[in-house]
Design a protein around this ligand. Sequence first.
Ligand SMILES: [Zn+2]
Length: 352
Amino acid sequence: MEEKKKEKAMDAKEIEIIEISSNCHSEKITDQKSSEKKSLKFNQKENVILKYPMWNNISNLCWLNSSMILLAHSKILRRLAEDISPSQIYNILLCYKVAIAVMNGDASDQDSSTHEAGIILTDVRKSVFEYLRPIIKCVKGKPDSAFCALLNLISENKEIQNLFKVEFTKVGKCANCCATRVINSEKTIITLSKIQPFNPIHIISLSKCPVCEVPDQELRYVYKTLPQCLMFHFEKGAGRGIFKSLDFKINDREYKLTGFIKLVQLNDPPVGHFIASVRKVFHDNWMDCDDLIHEPLQFYEGHPYLNLRQIHILMFEAMDNKGTIPNASYKDDSSLIGDCNSSNIPIIDLSD
Ligand SMILES: [Zn+2]
């Protein structure tokens, strides 16, 4: 079995190379001397329609399945896989690659390829679950938190943390008593509770003023640093309406939404169900990864329907390889508050 896995791992590497050459195509097409050759490579890729496996839904594990597939499709984690070993995420990336290769390996016996890919995914899920069990106290058969799974998998390893870690400041002035707040934070995933319809450039959360206790006072989020991967967690959805900010720019840095997890309410039984969607940014293709659908997955053209109310996790990734950079438009804390006519002294927390 071990030998077979290694063999399949090599297949996976070949498939990955095909994908990488396609992803690099847009960046290198300006190189006129070699563009013809690269176009050929690209066309070859166009003919390869890969099928993707998904962890199956058993024991209410959609929280873990959706988290793992999101990480498995992260552009930066895939690119830096060797640098983040050993880690649970590295194991997920490696086994997922092997499973893709197995699934696409033997076209004459699709059922057995799909079955074998499923065994590989089940094995790695078991070890990830065992890793998380003492940390988040997850219990077999009981639903748990996709956010907690992601947070703890990202926290396992400093290299991974550094790809996600974002420094930001929350600033606000109470409309009732004019008390001002400045809260400096550092997170790997930004958690938002009650917010105005989410816009990654202008995030405004609503919370109770700690002085006069009037609810729904605005806190504006200002990025101090811009990480390679910017992830958000929404405790109660991301507002109302349809989410349209799939891509955005801060200064010269371009971010694209590369994946998300939504939380939908099922009727029978009445439970929340996590479904991930992942994106190939070069082709702008999407793939919905619902563990209740027992079919090999494929990317499709067009955008998924994104209801803000259902959004649970959003993953944006920078389209460069610069790592974490300072936000050039960030100003110091005091100038963020703006004018305040009250004589109140600002409440400044250094961290939350
Ligand atoms: Zn107040």
